[in-house]
Design a protein around this ligand. Structure first.
Ligand code: NAD
Length: 299
């Protein structure tokens, strides 16, 4: 029989991920600061404990799925953190999207305790998490990768080894920066075309057979009514929140500053999503940039 896997952070993504571990026959020992999420997982067979330290006491493989860097620091190195009780040889996998510098710090702290830390952020949203179709980008010691892969394949369709610790985060941050820039570009292009008298469905069709084509035009069009089954056709509900996108662009900004790398469009995208967050778009899908541009123009 399989040995238990610890899971910390049972939010939108963590809950379905932990559920898929249970489905694959792994006993799950879980915790979250929000009791409601714990209860749901407990009802389907997970053992719930009080703190990350308690998880570390009972499991020698642990996955964390938390909002941002400060939560990860707390859960690993806080007073009731994993590292207070971690056993030698424990494999720690953090799937949160955070600053790669923090991943490196956590890896160092874990190593001091004789444990191994890997970063394994994901792309794909809540739907992909439920269907075990996530993509994991993994950074850390190559000799530990196989052990991580065993668990990650229960929750994802693609698992990619990126290099030393922090490189999984690097890949994730780069992807989301390009996604943000592409979405803003698509939204302003569609808006201009509509203003020039083009039918948005026709313009989308032309873009997608031409060199302007990108994921945001082809698979996730921001204009309501152009595509079925995307947030823009559901009042921008569900999908990937503007707050989370702004957070990821903030990470891109930090890493660019630290490495003296120019990211003019990434910085601008960060500020645009920040402004949106303060104007009521925080919880809408990030493709609502289209709606935001229309409002700015007094539509
Ligand atoms: P979420 O806010 O829904 O869930 C995070 C969970 O962590 C919450 O249940 C919260 O109570 C818990 N938590 C926070 N601090 C804690 C602590 N100290 N101890 C125990 N539990 C704690 O967030 P999410 O949507 O599940 O996203 C998690 C991560 O995945 C984020 O870094 C996000 O950027 C990334 N991500 C999200 C999506 C998405 O579509 N939602 C897609 C890809 C990546």
């Amino acid at each position: 029989s399989k040995t238990p896997v610890g899971f910390i952070g049972l939010g939108n993504m963590g809950s379905p991920m932990a559920r898929n571990l249970l489905k694959n026959g792994y006993p799950v020992i879980a915790t979250d600061v929000f009791p409601e999420s714990c209860k749901e997982l407990q009802d389907i067979g997970a053992q719930v404990v009080d703190s990350p330290a308690d998880v570390a006491d009972r499991a020698d493989r642990i996955i964390t799925m938390l909002p941002s860097s400060p939560n990860v620091i707390e859960v690993y190195t806080g007073p009731n953190g994993i590292l207070k009780k971690v056993k030698k040889g424990t494999l720690l996998i953090d799937s949160s999207t955070i600053d790669p510098a923090v991943s490196k710090e956590m890896a160092k702290a874990a190593e001091k305790m004789g444990a191994v830390f890997m970063d394994a952020p994901v792309s794909g949203g809540v739907g992909a998490a439920s269907l075990a179709k996530l993509t994991f980008m993994v950074g850390g010691l190559e000799e530990e990768y196989e052990a991580a892969q065993e668990l990650l394949t229960c929750m994802g369709a693609n698992v990619v080894y990126c290099g030393q610790v922090g490189t999984g985060q690097a890949a994730k941050i780069c992807n989301n920066m390009l996604l943000a820039i592409g979405m803003i570009g698509t939204a302003e292009t569609m808006n201009l075309g509509i203003r020039l008298g083009l039918d948005p469905k026709l313009l989308t069709k032309i873009l997608n057979m031409s060199s302007g084509r990108c994921w945001s035009s082809d698979k996730y069009n921001p204009v309501p009514g152009v595509m079925e089954g995307v947030p823009s056709s559901n009042n921008y509900q569900g999908g990937f929140g503007t707050t989370l996108m702004a957070k990821d662009l903030g990470l891109a900004q930090n890493t660019a500053t630290n490495t003296k790398t120019p990211i003019p469009l990434g910085s601008l995208a960060h500020q645009i999503y920040r402004v949106m967050c303060s104007r009521g778009y925080a919880n809408k899908d990030f493709s609502s940039i289209f709606q935001f541009l229309r409002e700015e123009e007094g539509q």
